[in-house]
Design a protein around this ligand. Sequence first.
Ligand code: GLC
Length: 502
Amino acid sequence: MSRDLPKKPLHIVMAASEAVPYAKTGGLADVVGVLPQELIRLGHEVTVMLPGYRSVLESLPTREITLHFTTPVGSVSREGTLEEVCVPVGDGLSPLKIVVVRCDPYFDRPGLYQDEHGDYHDNLERFALFSQAVLRWIRYLSERDGRSVDVLHLHDWQTALCSVYLKAGVRGLAIPGVKTLLTLHNVGYQGLFPGEQFPVTGLPDALFSPRALEFYGLVNCLKGGIVFSDAVSTVSQTYAKEILTKEFGYGLEGVLADRREGIPGIVNGIDVNVWNPETDRFVPASYSVCDLSGKKICKRLLQRELGLPVRSVPLLAAIGRLTYQKGFDLLLEALPEMVLLDVQLVLLGTGDRDLEERLLEAQSAYPDCVAVRVGFDEGLAHRIQAGADMLIMPSRYEPCGLTQLQSLRYGTVPIVRRTGGLADTIVPFKPSTVRANLATGFQFDTPTSEAMLSAILLAVSVYREQETWCSLIKAGMKADVSWVRSAAQYEQLYRTVLSSPT
Ligand code: GLC
């Protein structure tokens, strides 16, 4: 009987350091930009809390101040405000509330975490203050109008300290009834700071211990979150297993393995309205799984835009941050052999200076085969997804990955390293998967240029068998890469966390 009763809508607060379209350096922003909307569609009330970076203040000008706060940070006191704004998410749906934590000396800067000299020296102060402000707002809500928050959903190290403040209960920040879920988007980034900086957090000294935030003499924010959150999740099932190993756990594998109830992996979706080849305003010709002719036009125009010869050779694309994680150095290594295959390669990304330079040199060395665009260009990213034949993701590790999901939707066949979310979202080309029309891409195991090259070689030979290639494209375009299923999984996880004893 009780099973038929409608489930109570939840009040979820999502605290994060990035969200599209307000502030973005990586995939985290895409997740926090879209998941809340899908949860609202499921009937829940969702509030997103963001630091008041310059880009946030500029893109959300009509905020209302709800609360003034003062927080001691080490020997100084910082003043700030909590400012609310409601953003419509769709007809007939309640709006999304965004609460901006404004503290201009910390956040009104050009970058999110760093400038051209490196990371901001006060990042621990900045995110400790942000985390405390999140809890102040939740406390204020319950005091002002008795409205309780069910789940505080945290993302990555920048918000992990919220769980520590809640459990430690310092500065009146223990709020009964609030459960926390910490989602790990990348265990390679932990928020590590010199041990001497610990006092700026205002946490009791006893928490600077190996069972809490101490990590080889450093402060480790992510570790604190993993130890003190009610639940911890990550963004694919394979990554959830990988982070329990030395190779992927970056020193936290033991702490992660200590979580008794395990770490579920929920793969991300993408915004299927923004990434839709039938309606995409950035691409020159629209197409769909029923009529792919527009994709050919997109390819020709992309080759022209990039200054590559307009030829019917396989056009491979690589898009993303130029970091060690993404493995683009393997592409560079493989380039002399790749060009012998008579393929073209377009690469769009920004990051590591040395890699940027080497890629630009490669472009000069092979101008007819290689086009490199350094920077962040949303429109070009869409045109590449629409015009390319294949996407290559040689990641050393990839918690989920979003680019391959965009590729599936655009009929661009992914060639990926079998790791994390890449292993979970791409059905590899094999006789059995091809026969069943299930294959959506190619996978390789070791992060070496040789392994990657053999996968590219296989993909290029399949590309020439039109019918098989078309079945790969179609299976990919039909795959569900939306947030619908994943949002329902998060809802389930929230309810599990809520019903678990504290
Ligand atoms: C990080 C990960 C990426 C994941 C994204 C969103 O950027 O590196 O794999 O897709 O977070 O969860």
